[in-house]
Design a protein around this ligand. Structure first.
Ligand code: FEO
Ligand code: CA
Ligand code: CA
Ligand code: CA
Length: 546
């Protein structure tokens, strides 16, 4: 481990835990605990000691090819694509794969459950429901049958996968295989649970995270598009973080209202030095905010899945970057929220549920700093600093984005003060643009995927970047902050959901929306992964060769 000691101490202060962490390379956490960015393998008896992961590869050049391009010595298996059968009941893998999380079965890094998000359909909806988005009239003419297909294609999938003879494969009749979709019943928890007795469906599931107790958190992002397309009435039922237990196919997914309602990108969970659970979150839109949730109670490793209760009672904070302060969105204590009024001078927030349902308005009233599309947030596995992708913000002339690195004062993730730096900036000088999802390896290197929109890709100011890609960025040592390209996506696609197996021999990635931005449905621009004249299929790949 090569943390820059001077910078590390400057930002974190010389706390005992921080010093111990520097000396040993062990994260400043209690033994046996893992933090987000690594697979939650602690319940499965695997060694969680940080390894000297030192991936060697010759960086690739930007590419416009219609394939997943990898460095020499690396290869990929297609694990699952849209429409693949995932259980004996005949459920099928959803569309536009996004976030992935691999959970080993009995600690086996070559056999486990993969959770994958299915985010949206967009113009590729035609290939799912038959509705012609490119030539659609103003009026929404989707039939009930088309809407049902639409909602089923979104949400998430649990699939069972295995590596046999060096090749990853889907188990198509798994007892774990499960769809959680736009048609699945959910329970609400937390201060805003009274807004509905039950909620049907999850969709717009962008990225997510894993919990310490091996469940999945999946984030509802641009839910408003789906609400409109599917003629749904209750927009307040969406825009939450959901929790799913992949190991219990009969469990009812929960929507945790204490984590607020906005266009959630992902979650990054960590245990603070106080023992409280902290969840960092971004709201992916121009001029939106960075949040963190701090539980009232403390994490109890022996309580297992009962720790989920920690996501029901706590404080939601929003970041003020100009002051380096986390501001509590707590109506009982926050005067700005109490005094906030609408155009008719009526109070904006009567209850804490109002604050949580209308988080964006609350954050604005509380003086939060408007950011440049905060997408993925991840916690550094060695020093606990927080990395935040700011994808871009055309309203500010920020077209290439940047990655912010935040340092909580006194190494306390539950605290209210922080400092920050700009860790890396997008642009032709660094070779990447529009950073989105991130993953850390156990040595603290950052793996970043990019999200140049399919309509901008390979044109104008984005031409030099080629297709979207995957980038490797050391966070310490002499190459700190220097970006190298590891992979390039097929035409029109974006690589999403990077996730390593616990032994770091496989990197899962989604290939999302290949063939997007096409002119006519009978002239697909991507034929990934089947080639020929086939229509492209979004899905998940397993990259090996590390
Ligand atoms: Fe769904 Fe923020 O990308
Ligand atoms: Ca995303
Ligand atoms: Ca994105
Ligand atoms: Ca995107």
């Amino acid at each position: 481990m090569e943390v820059n000691r001077r910078q590390f101490l400057t930002y974190l202060g010389a706390g005992t835990a921080a010093l111990a962490s520097l000396a040993t390379g062990i994260p400043a956490l209690a033994k046996g605990e893992t933090i987000s960015g690594k697979t939650a393998d602690h319940l499965f008896g695997l060694d969680t000691t940080p390894k000297k992961f030192n991936p060697k590869f010759s960086p690739i050049q930007p590419s416009t090819k219609d394939d997943v391009i990898l460095p020499d010595g690396y290869r990929y298996d297609v694990v699952a694509v849209y429409g693949d059968k995932i259980n004996s009941a005949g459920d099928t893998f959803g569309f536009n794969a996004d976030f992935n999380c691999f959970l080993p079965i009995d600690g086996n890094p070559n056999h486990g459950l993969l959770w994958t998000n299915h985010e949206y359909l967009g113009e590729l909806e035609y290939y799912v429901t038959g509705y012609d988005v490119l030539n659609a009239a103003e009026e929404n003419k989707r039939t009930p049958e088309q809407i049902e297909k639409y909602l089923y294609a979104l949400g998430g999938s649990v699939i069972e996968i295995k590596k046999e003879n060096g090749k990853w494969k889907l188990v198509s009749d798994s007892k774990y295989g499960r769809r959680v979709s736009g048609l699945t019943k959910h329970e609400l928890t937390g201060p805003a649970k009274s807004i509905a007795k039950e909620v049907i469906g999850t969709f717009a599931n962008c990225s997510g995270g894993v919990t310490m107790w091996n469940t999945i958190l999946s984030c509802e992002e641009n839910y408003m598009d789906v609400v409109e397309d599917c003629k749904l009435q209750e927009a307040n039922h969406y825009g939450w973080v959901i929790e799913v237990d992949p190991f219990d196919p009969k469990s009812t997914p929960k929507k945790h209202t204490a984590l607020g309602r906005f266009s959630h990108e992902n979650t990054a969970m960590v245990i603070a030095s106080t023992g409280q659970l902290v969840v960092y979150m971004g709201d992916d839109a121009n001029d939106q905010y960075v949040y963190k949730y701090v539980s009232n109670g403390k994490y109890d490793p022996s309580a297992g899945k009962a720790n989920s209760k920690l996501l029901e009672e706590g404080t939601l904070y929003v970041a003020n970057f100009s002051k380096g302060k986390w501001v509590a969105l707590d109506l009982a204590k926050n005067e700005a929220l109490q005094k906030a009024v609408d155009a008719d001078k009526k109070p904006l927030f009567q209850t804490q549920a109002d604050v949580l349902v209308n988080c964006r308005e609350a954050a604005k009233a509380a003086g939060a700093t408007a950011m440049d599309r905060p997408e993925d947030v991840e916690v550094h596995p060695i020093d606990g600093s927080i990395f935040i992708s700011m994808t871009n913000n055309s309203k500010h002339g920020n077209f290439y984005g940047q990655i912010v690195r935040m340092f909580e004062s006194n190494d306390n993730h539950a605290g209210t003060d922080f400092t920050f730096e700009i860790f890396a900036t997008g642009g032709p000088q660094s070779g990447f643009a529009a950073p989105d999802n991130m993953a850390f390896d156990s040595a603290g290197n950052l793996w970043v995927v990019t999200d140049i929109s399919s309509s901008s890709m390979n044109t104008g100011i984005y031409k030099s970047f080629g297709n979207n890609g995957v980038f490797f960025v050391p966070t310490s040592g002499s190459n700190k902050g220097q970006v190298e390209q590891f992979a390039s996506a097929p035409v029109g696609a974006e690589m999403t959901g990077p996730w390593f197996t616990p032994d770091e021999t496989t990197l899962f990635l989604s290939v999302q929306h290949p063939g997007e931005n096409l002119q006519a449905y009978d002239k697909p621009t991507s034929h990934w992964p089947k080639g020929g004249s086939s229509v492209a299929l979004p899905g998940v790949i397993a990259v090996t060769g590390f």
